[in-house]
Design a binder for this molecule. Structure first.
Ligand code: FAD
Length: 452
């Protein structure tokens, strides 16, 4: 990859994004590592069954797959404890309408919340997708069987999860990209899942094509004009922008996960966590398309965060932790990330999507397919991988919502839930860390070849 070449379907070069990341990363690390608001996540990690197939066989029993949940209420910031959340329960705790808030910003609305609870601390009870959601949202309500997780204490890294279980999930994810060929009926009806049996689908062409990947990469370097074939064998170059973007998001997420597991790898001989260069070479180094897709995702999230920026500094979001000093500190940190993300001129142009050709008709399909990918996370048989898989699909889904679901007239971004904000910024932080790790891996490869 030449640093000056433009990342496909984005409007920035590799080196532009790398330079941007040097500014964004410190701010993102500060936000995700030192603020309570962005380092805890509540989700339903253990109680949802895989809606697509019987997942009993794919369960990972490694210690590395385990997630440490916060069972002790004292470890959770006060306003998120069940006791506090239950104060907000019931019809009196309805989120005030936007109009009511605009008309009477000072007046406490009748029955509003528990005392001293900022408005954006309201837990929204409907677990249903808003029609503009790209993900099946995590229900944060006190009554849901959710678990609190400290993201700092459960870092995304090598777990040992693999084999048929993970292969089945990745296959199904890429299968979603196959817009015309998919066997799903995208009626947005969950009932469809009962009929979905990936074992009965023909994945053979996908796997055969994967085997040919190295050969194709070599051909591509020699003949740059031949049609691009993705790592999973789907031809994407001649497809419309929307379908390419869907594929890039999935492949970029996959590449980012691979990067983390190779960077934070358990050396089973010494028991130490350290980078595994061979792992990087096997999964990423020869695959310029995977790396390009990771950079593409970085551009996409940067644009979403930059677009959201002005809303984050306004009164709509209060980052309530129960401590006003910390709330303010969190706001300052989040503003810094948004400022840095917005410091490079537009690096992804969302206005080109869903407009030309078959674009407009694809939007609902695109959203439904994305929701299916988010449901597929319940089929991931490793708790730690499922945790980060859920966070990242929610993060990408939130970015897509920001970019494509703004009000047509006012350009207003839909109000985001806490889980969406936390997922968005943590996913951005994951991509940022992946880009840095890839840079270091590249240096290691160069150093190694210099020694030969
Ligand atoms: P896989 O990574 O499973 O890839 C399967 C096939 O997909 C490859 O053979 C290749 O043809 C194709 N492919 C690979 N990369 C790409 C790409 N970027 N774009 C397009 N196609 C590609 N393991 C951990 O150790 N830690 C984790 O946190 C973790 N999280 C996971 C989260 C999810 C949602 C899933 C499904 C799996 C996760 N795993 C994790 C498992 C990990 O991703 C691999 O599946 C596992 O390490 C086995 O790797 P593999 O070499 O068989 O290839």
């Amino acid at each position: 990859i030449s640093p000056k070449s433009i990342v496909q379907d984005a409007c920035a070069s590799y080196s532009t994004l790398e330079k941007l990341n040097e500014r964004v990363k410190p701010a993102l690390d500060d936000l995700t590592r030192t603020s309570d608001f962005f380092s805890y996540y509540r989700l339903n990690l253990f109680n949802k069954k895989c809606p697509f197939w019987d997942d009993e066989n794919g369960i990972c029993g490694n210690i590395g797959c385990a997630v440490e949940t916060l069972d002790n209420e004292e470890d959770i910031p006060e306003v998120w404890r069940a006791r506090e959340l239950s104060k907000l329960e019931g019809p009196l705790a309805k989120h005030p309408s936007k109009q009511a808030r605009k008309d009477h910003p000072q007046r406490p609305l009748q029955g509003e919340l528990g005392e001293d609870v900022g408005e954006s601390c309201v837990v929204e009870y409907d677990d249903e997708c808003d029609e503009r959601d790209y993900c099946v949202l995590e229900d944060e309500s006190a009554s849901s069987k959710g678990d609190y997780v400290s993201l700092l204490r459960n870092p995304e890294r090598f777990t040992g999860y693999g084999g048929e279980g993970s292969k089945q999930v990745w296959d199904a994810i890429y299968r979603e990209n196959c817009f015309q060929k998919s066997s799903f009926s995208h009626s947005a009806d969950l009932g469809m899942s009962a009929n979905y049996n990936p074992a009965a689908l023909d994945f053979k062409h996908v796997m055969d094509a994967a085997g040919r990947q190295a050969q194709l990469e070599a051909q591509r370097l020699e003949h740059p004009n031949i049609p691009f074939v993705s790592s999973t064998g789907y031809e994407v170059e001649d497809e419309c922008l929307e379908k390419r973007v869907f594929y890039r998001v999935m492949s970029g997420m996959h590449a980012s996960i691979s990067t983390h597991l190779c960077w934070d790898f358990l050396n089973q001989t010494t028991g130490e966590w350290q980078p595994n260069l061979q792992c990087y070479k096997d999964r990423l180094h020869g695959y310029s398309d995977r790396i390009s897709n990771l950079y593409f995702n970085y551009a996409l999230l940067t644009r979403a965060v930059a677009k959201l920026g002005p809303d984050l500094v306004g009164p709509e979001y209060t980052f309530c932790t129960g401590d006003p000093t910390e709330d303010l500190a969190t706001r300052v940190k989040v503003s810094e990330v948004a400022k840095q993300a917005g410091s490079t001129p537009q690096i992804f142009d969302e206005s080109l999507m869903f407009v030309n050709g078959e674009g407009p008709s694809l939007k609902e399909d695109f959203r439904n397919r994305f929701r299916n990918v988010s449901r597929l996370m319940d089929c991931v048989g490793c708790d730690k991988c499922r945790l980060w898989g859920k966070i990242q699909t929610n993060g990408y889904g939130t970015a897509l919502k920001i970019l494509f679901e703004s009000d047509n007239h006012s350009n207003k971004i839909p109000a985001l839930k806490r889980t969406e904000l936390v997922a968005l910024f943590n996913t951005y932080a994951r991509l940022s860390a992946s880009m840095q790790a890839i840079g270091k891996f590249r240096q290691m490869v160069e150093a190694e070849s210099g020694q030969k």
